[in-house]
Design a protein around this ligand. Structure first.
Ligand code: CTP
Ligand code: MN
Ligand code: MN
Length: 505
């Protein structure tokens, strides 16, 4: 069929579009951004609507990809889609643009000002992601996370987000096998230095079974997975997600509440006959703060509070930030610390003293002190997910806003429920360890969970050794291997050293 010639109505439509696209007189409030909204896969109408909306809110939005553009916003496009498009635009070095997903703009529109672009908004900076044919033979990807370098630069977030949802659903259904299969797939996808655009890209990559592959294929073709969509609408999944967001509520409690017919947190709260543990009571009380995630600036402020309190009793003690923040994450669900005293060796009084001090300072909202159960002669645990035996304390601290760096990017949220609430509740984990076990404890508490699991699996299956957060035991030589640093432990295991920020498996 011939292409129809332009009709009057087409011309009218075009004129309407142009009227929308051409910059109208809106005051520019945010000069630090110059936005360009990509039409590809978005369509002219929606693009025009978004441009007008953003301009009305005070953003500078260019119609053309001019030299002044700093941020490109795209919808339904992967990093490689945008790069491919950019390559055809003759704009020189495209790495100067920040590539953002539409979700960033939507959030900005909601609050009426720029929000910080975090991982989920970023389509990954061009210099970090390779989009041509994968350069590395994917056969070289190890089945062990501890032999892979996994930074926070995830080129395949579109896929890993989908698998996170599926893994969680199977966790909620207590189907550990399938849950683990998805977790392994997520972990291996996170280490790939390129975005998957065709099935050929993942040939030879371990842990990608038939089920996983069919979902990847569906996402490549349709941009989304029907299975993920079904899970997101699943009643049990939705309720479990809500219930487990409460500190102190795990699968067992969620199951019980679900069976009793509860579906939302308000329904649970309304039932005054329910017996809640002390932990769950605190979980409900500080829920809003606890689900709002800890920012790096807040973790740094907590670090100062912890260090000051610890040093008041043990001036020489080491206080080390561990967990996700040590791996370079910008947000976390809690702040983890490892404490050790080279002088006193083991000091069982430190954590109780710190607790007493914070109670006096009215900083303590909740705590649970767990005494050490460590026996020196015991071999490392055989279980991949075993808890360690250190004395530790799980707590909720009151962090005053003024303690958080004054040059932080976001102003503290204004609370509607509490009058002049000038603090935020933060989950903190403190672990006390003897200095001889410091390296093992540090390695164990830095994570990620998947990295730790694979370290233990590697030690057992490849080295006939047993590793846990306390020690490494060589079963052939029947000796415990001493380590002063994490590097020593990697050497004992015959592994290349992997930096903390490369352990985001
Ligand atoms: N860990 C452990 N034993 C526990 C709890 C945690 O060995 N009883 C280790 C895990 O290996 C984990 C790390 O400590 O990777 C930190 O745990 P957690 O705070 O749960 O996870 P993060 O990686 O810090 O992630 P998040 O930002 O969600 O806190
Ligand atoms: Mn943590
Ligand atoms: Mn923790």
């Amino acid at each position: 069929m011939d292409k129809p010639s332009t009709t009057i109505s087409d011309l009218k439509k075009k004129r309407r579009m142009n009227a929308l696209i051409s910059p109208t007189l809106h005051e520019i409030k945010f000069n630090e951004f110059v936005l360009f909204i990509l039409e590809k896969k978005m369509g002219t109408t929606r693009r025009a609507f978004l441009m007008e909306l953003a301009r009305r809110k005070g953003f500078r939005v260019e119609s053309e990809l001019s030299d002044s553009v700093t941020h490109i916003v795209a919808e339904n496009n992967s990093c490689s889609d945008v790069l491919e498009w950019l390559a055809g635009q003759n704009v020189g070095d495209s790495s100067r643009f920040e590539l953002l997903d539409i979700s960033w703009l939507t959030e900005c529109m909601k609050v009426g000002k720029p929000v910080e672009a975090i991982g989920k908004h970023q389509l990954v900076t061009p210099s970090d992601c390779i989009t041509e044919t994968p350069p590395l033979a994917t056969k070289e990807v190890s089945q062990y996370a501890c032999k892979r370098r996994t930074t926070l630069n995830n080129c395949n977030q579109k896929f890993t987000d989908a698998f996170e949802i599926l893994a969680k659903n199977f966790e909620f259904r207590e189907n550990e096998g399938i849950c683990l299969a998805f977790m392994r797939a997520i972990s291996v996808l996170k280490c790939l230095p390129f975005t998957i655009v065709r099935m050929r890209d993942i040939e030879g990559v371990p842990w990608l079974g038939e089920q996983v592959k069919s979902i990847i294929e569906e996402i490549i073709e349709d941009g989304e997975s029907s299975r993920v969509k079904a899970v997101l609408n699943d009643e049990r999944y939705k309720s479990f997600l809500l219930f487990t967001s409460i500190f102190g509520v795990g699968l067992k409690t969620s199951e019980k509440w679900y069976r009793q017919g509860f579906r939302t947190l308000d329904e649970v709260k309304a039932d005054k006959s329910l017996k809640l543990t002390k932990m769950q009571k605190a979980g409900f009380l500080y829920h809003e703060d606890l689900v709002s995630c800890v920012a790096k600036e807040e973790a740094d402020a907590v670090y100062l509070i912890v260090k000051e309190a610890v040093r008041a009793f043990l001036p020489e003690a080491l206080v080390t930030l561990t967990g996700g923040f040590r791996r370079g994450k910008k947000i976390g669900h809690d702040v983890d610390f490892l404490i050790s005293d080279p002088e006193s060796g083991e000091d069982e009084q430190l954590l109780p003293n710190v607790i007493k001090l914070w109670e006096k300072q009215e900083l303590l909202l909740y705590y649970d002190l767990v005494e050490s159960t460590f026996e020196k002669t015991k071999l490392p645990s055989r279980k991949v997910d075993a808890m360690d035996h250190f004395q530790k304390c799980f707590l909720i601290l009151k962090l005053h806003h003024q303690k958080v760096d004054s040059n932080r990017s976001k102003p503290p949220p204004e609370s509607k429920t509490h009058e002049a609430k000038n603090w935020k509740a933060i989950r903190v984990d403190l672990v006390m360890c003897p200095i001889q076990q410091y390296a093992y404890a540090l390695l164990g508490w830095t994570g990620s969970r998947q990295f730790e699991r694979d370290l233990r699996r590697y030690a057992t299956h490849e080295k006939k050794m047993m590793l846990d957060n306390h020690a490494l035991y060589d079963k052939t030589k029947k000796i415990f291997l001493k380590a002063e640093s994490e590097e020593d432990i990697f050497t004992h295991l015959g592994l290349d050293y992997i930096e903390p920020w490369e352990r985001n498996a």
